[in-house]
Design a binder for this molecule. Structure first.
Ligand code: C2E
Ligand code: MG
Ligand code: MG
Length: 256
């Protein structure tokens, strides 16, 4: 019985991997965009591209389900290349429609960050779509940045030299070495939604957000709050002085 169950799990995983391989070949993916707003005046200052898999049989699959598998199999490199290109193509199209001063944020996985080809890929993609480095923001999670931090710092510096802005995603959920963080060429810290969730009810979460904000400004970094779902949370964040916010209250990720 136990073995049968294990076989089921292994089989499911194998099928997912096979499907994902086919999906990358035939491009069964789409990007949904979530706005980032200036918390004082509600202006849209950026959008984040979030990938979804349009599975021919199972419908829309969330990245939480397939990004880890894409990462383990190395398929993330091809998928990530498509995401970067598609996000830049879309930003260019918006710019051509007269939308200005909006940056495009793209998430990078561990594999991508450490791939030697990344720099060339970013530079070429920007050029192809007639964008500048300042149009693009690359997000890496705290745990990715802190895994082999010396290598991360080298790669991040090279990306920064292209003029690209860099952010640390889900900040507060991983293990950050502050001495490394200080040395990283990071422009933006994205405060994880777990701190925002209880900000109006749990004083320690409010204190945590305040502390992250102070640390970020001491390091010369900006902050964005993630996962803002209620007007009360937005008011609390604004009174703490968080300059930018993202969340269902302000806009759900949507297809273009
Ligand atoms: P993330 O980069 O931290 O993205 C934010 C996630 O929070 C998104 O989930 C978004 O839909 C969700 N979210 C936004 N506002 C709210 C809110 O108010 N409340 C709550 N509860 N959630 C909110 P999503 O789209 O499912 O993406 C999950 C994660 O998958 C992302 O987290 C990111 O780490 C990863 N991911 C998404 N797209 C890509 C990609 O193109 N490449 C890579 N490497 N990873 C990606
Ligand atoms: Mg992100
Ligand atoms: Mg996040």
């Amino acid at each position: 019985f136990f073995t049968a169950e294990m076989n089921q799990v292994a089989l499911k995983r194998l099928r997912l991997e096979q499907d994902l391989r086919a999906a990358v070949e035939t491009r069964q993916f789409e990007l949904h965009y979530q706005p980032q707003l200036d918390s004082s005046d509600g202006r849209i200052v950026g959008v984040e591209a979030l990938v979804r898999w349009r599975h021919p049989r199972d419908g829309l699959i969330s990245p939480a389900e397939f990004i880890p598998v894409a990462e383990e199999t190395g398929l993330i490199l091809q998928l990530g290349e498509w995401v970067l290109d598609e996000a830049c193509r879309q930003l260019r199209a918006w710019q051509d429609d007269g939308i200005r001063n909006v940056t495009m944020a793209v998430n990078l996985s561990a594999h991508q960050l450490h791939a030697p080809i990344l720099l060339e890929q970013v530079a070429t993609t920007l050029e192809t779509h007639g964008l500048t480095g300042a149009d693009l923001e690359l997000e890496i999670t705290e745990s990715v940045a802190m895994h082999d931090p010396d290598a991360s710092i080298r790669q991040l510096k090279a990306l920064r030299d292209l003029g690209v802005r860099l952010s640390i995603d889900d900040f507060g959920t991983g293990y950050s070495s502050l001495s490394y963080l200080k040395r990283m060429p990071i422009d933006i810290i994205k405060i994880d939604k777990s701190f925002v969730r209880e900000i109006t009810s749990d004083p320690t979460d409010a204190a945590m957000v305040r502390a992250i904000l102070q640390m970020a400004s001491a390091f010369g970094m900006e902050t964005v709050a993630e996962g803002v779902e209620t007007p009360e949370q937005l008011v609390a964040l604004r009174s703490l002085g968080i300059p930018a916010a993202q969340g269902y209250l302000l806009g759900r990720p949507g297809a273009r």
